[in-house]
Design a protein around this ligand. Structure first.
Ligand SMILES: [Fe+2]
Ligand SMILES: [Fe+2]
Length: 290
């Protein structure tokens, strides 16, 4: 094994061990669900809680997708997603969902077991080792983008709930969750940087192509869900999207598009965020009675 790879594996293993040690899964019993004004909180952030709870609870489907997409992952990847990431994310989902139930809303309806045909096809090809590396790269890129979006969204939600005077929600629901997300981002970032170095030209080309045709906002696989995501962005004030999109994919731009001078944000990312906001606005217009 080349020295670079061994060094990276050790860094990744240290990182996962530290996350496991410093960030045990959050416990529902430690959360204070006291809400000062449930009606106002539900009206303002109910749909945001629902979206985030769903995305977090769909971690079980993400694990199924992963085992399909990466039939033979490096040991450290399996350790991360099975022992650290999944147990943390599922608790994020349970806590957010409990909060929305406390507000008198219905629990979210996560899809925990549908693996798309597209992913199953990729998974079949991934039995070829050279192609599995392409799939792994796509997984790390998706992970980075998703975790950054989560941190940005939780920051806004934290500030918004604190400004409404919902201290228990800000401090015991949102703050502990948002503290666990950056460690996930770091895992994907270390992995993506290390793997990109090892990819051949054709593999890099394929990663760029596949990213360009398949990029989507986290948790949105239908127009209805894209509109839901757009609503979340609007409520959280994240529609100054050049900035937000740039933050969500900074490392991706740096790795994949270093040769494209002057590209701040890959166009497929902006397009995906614009489309979500457009779909949300169109849906809102349709629901206004004439
Ligand atoms: Fe999470
Ligand atoms: Fe996360």
């Amino acid at each position: 094994m080349p020295r670079v790879t061994r060094g990276l594996e050790r860094r990744l293993a240290d990182h996962v061990a530290r996350l496991a040690d410093e960030h045990p899964p959050l416990r529902l019993d430690d959360v204070d669900f006291t809400v000062v004004d449930p009606v106002a909180l539900g009206r303002r952030y109910g749909h945001v809680l629902d979206y985030m709870a769903r995305v977090e609870l769909e971690v079980d489907r993400n694990v199924l997708e992963l085992t399909t997409l990466l039939p033979d992952p490096p040991e450290v990847d399996r350790w991360f997603y099975a022992d650290v990431w999944q147990p943390q994310e599922i608790q994020h989902g349970r806590i957010l969902d409990q909060l929305q139930v406390e507000l008198g809303r219905s629990p979210t309806t996560p899809d925990t077991d549908t693996v798309s045909l597209k992913l199953r096809l990729l998974g079949a090809l991934a039995h070829l080792p050279a192609f599995q590396d392409v799939c792994r790269m796509l997984y790390y890129l998706t992970g980075m983008s998703t975790e950054r979006q989560a941190v940005l969204a939780y920051n806004k939600l934290h500030d918004g709930t604190a400004a409404m005077g919902e201290r228990a929600v800000a401090q015991t629901v949102v703050a502990p969750i948002k503290r666990q997300e950056p460690g996930h981002f770091v895992f994907y970032q270390l992995s993506a940087r290390g793997l990109w170095e090892q990819l051949a030209g054709w593999q890099r080309w394929l990663v760029r192509r596949m990213r360009t045709i398949s990029y989507g906002p986290v948790g949105a696989s239908s127009d209805e869900q894209r509109a839901d995501f757009g609503d979340v962005m609007i409520t959280l004030g994240m529609t100054a999207d050049e900035e937000m999109a740039a933050k969500a994919v900074r490392v991706e731009r740096e790795l994949l598009w270093a040769h494209r001078q002057g590209m701040d944000v890959p166009p497929y990312v902006l397009k995906a965020f614009h489309r979500a906001v457009d779909l949300a606005r169109q849906r809102a217009e349709r629901s206004v009675p004439d």
